[in-house]
Design a protein around this ligand. Structure first.
Ligand SMILES: [Zn+2]
Length: 429
């Protein structure tokens, strides 16, 4: 079957995608955008609606004990490791319409196109709709994918508690009809290199690059690693703002400002030296409102530091630089930095062979692709679990995790066509 025939079959199924987007959006509508926390009634509706659509298409439908949904188009060789696609169905609070959901819907569109264009694949093709990619209620991300791959201990079912009500994750799952006992009793993870040969995730781009470059699709290179200090603080001394000469000041805000500026200069220098795909963010800077005033020299400043990059060497250099600059500035300004706990995640390069298959598929469809690093996604969980993973990013305006996400059905169709051609090839092997 040619890539062009698959593209036509995908385009014929776009009305199904539009209907699913509309119905799921309506069921999780918030004041603005959508709110579909993991293991809520809203993300349950999304999973149930996708399951209904899958049954209507004639696919096999199953769920694991965590409520992840598996919709399977059977191949000739049922024992061969399957080609997986899909993404998450949960969202952040007042999030956008397409984050995650686009990938789960894309899986069904691709399966429908494969059915329409025939013949049956050699191996199973499964759309996986995961739960708990976002960390809204239970504080940590990728919970569904990590449970599916055995990368999260079952202790978390009882120790993770909803941030506002205190109810455990196990209780939430049980309320929604998940078979938590079966999950606890699982001897082997549901998704492993024995059961899956590839995971291809379509996702909206959450940054501005594709819009800026006028391209519909990207095949990302790596999921960025990060290095974060979520609770850093600088202690100085509160003093009278008018009565204290510069040499006597211990100003925590100016010390933090100098540190942040020094780290930005370091970041720019790294980028200019050719280190690719780096990011640096200071998302929080605050003084203590109870003690601070316009007429007081600030005695304390709390802040966060967040680096991202595609090489561990860059992240190691960031750590050394932050610690060295903090030490040097503290001595000169007579303040004390406590950067606090440092948390990090290693970069996850996506699978080279799968990326090449996706790029070939795009070329055969004359869809120009870009390639750059991306952020944390379920794909990284599968890649780390030994299931080769790659992604298709689809152009989306106005960023993500906000109500203004804007992906056109046309761009979604281009992404689905690239995904379909790649899956047809992999599932034919
Ligand atoms: Zn997402």
């Amino acid at each position: 079957m040619s890539a062009e025939a698959l593209r036509s079959a995908v385009e014929a199924r776009l009305p199904l995608a539009a209907a699913l987007f509309d119905e799921i959006r309506a069921a999780s509508a918030a004041d603005a955008g959508v709110t579909r926390p993991a293991w809520s009634e809203q993300d349950q509706f999304a999973a149930d609606r996708l399951a209904d659509a899958a049954r209507t298409l004639g696919l096999e439908v199953a769920r694991d004990g965590a409520g992840n949904l598996y919709c399977t188009l059977p191949g000739h060789d049922r024992a061969a490791p399957a080609v997986l696609t899909g993404s998450h169905v949960d969202s952040v609070l007042t999030g956008g319409h397409y984050d995650g959901l686009a990938g789960a819907v894309a899986g069904l569109v691709v399966q429908a196109a494969l059915l329409d264009a025939g013949p049956a694949p050699n191996r199973d093709v499964t759309t996986l709709a995961t739960r708990g990619e976002e960390s809204v209620w239970f504080g940590i991300p990728f919970v569904g994918a990590r449970l599916a791959t055995g990368a999260l201990s079952h202790d978390h079912l009882d120790s993770l508690r909803r941030i506002d009500t205190g109810q455990t994750l196990a209780a939430h799952m049980t309320t929604l009809g998940c078979d938590v006992a079966a999950l606890r009793a699982e001897a082997r993870p549901r998704v492993s290199p024995e059961t899956a040969c590839a995971f291809l995730e379509l996702h909206i781009e959450q940054g501005p690059v594709l819009v800026a470059e006028g391209a519909q699709v990207a095949v990302p290179t790596t999921i960025r690693g990060n290095l974060r200090w979520p609770a850093a603080t600088c202690a100085g001394r509160y003093d009278h703002s008018g009565a204290t000469p510069r040499a006597h000041r211990q100003d925590a805000v100016l010390a933090v400002a100098e540190l942040v500026h020094a780290l930005e200069r370091f970041w720019v220098a790294q980028e200019e030296a050719g280190v690719p795909d780096t990011v640096f963010t200071v998302g929080k800077v605050s003084t203590d409102h109870a003690h601070h005033a316009m007429t007081k020299i600030p005695g304390r400043c709390d802040f966060t530091l967040n680096f991202g990059g595609t090489s561990q060497a860059f992240l190691d250099d960031c750590r050394a630089e932050a610690e060295a600059r903090a030490t040097e500035i503290a001595a000169r300004r007579n303040v004390a930095f406590d950067l606090g706990a440092c948390v990090s995640a290693a970069p996850a390069p996506l699978d080279g062979h799968l990326r090449a298959v996706l790029e070939d598929s795009a070329e055969s469809l004359a869809v120009p692709v870009r390639s750059f690093a991306t952020v944390g996604h379920d794909a990284a969980v599968f890649q780390r679990a030994g299931v080769p993973a790659a992604m298709v990013l689809v152009r989306n305006a106005h960023g993500s995790h906000n109500p203004d996400e804007a992906m056109t059905l046309e761009d979604f169709g281009a992404g689905c066509a690239v995904l379909a051609a790649a899956i047809a090839r992999l599932a034919g092997e």
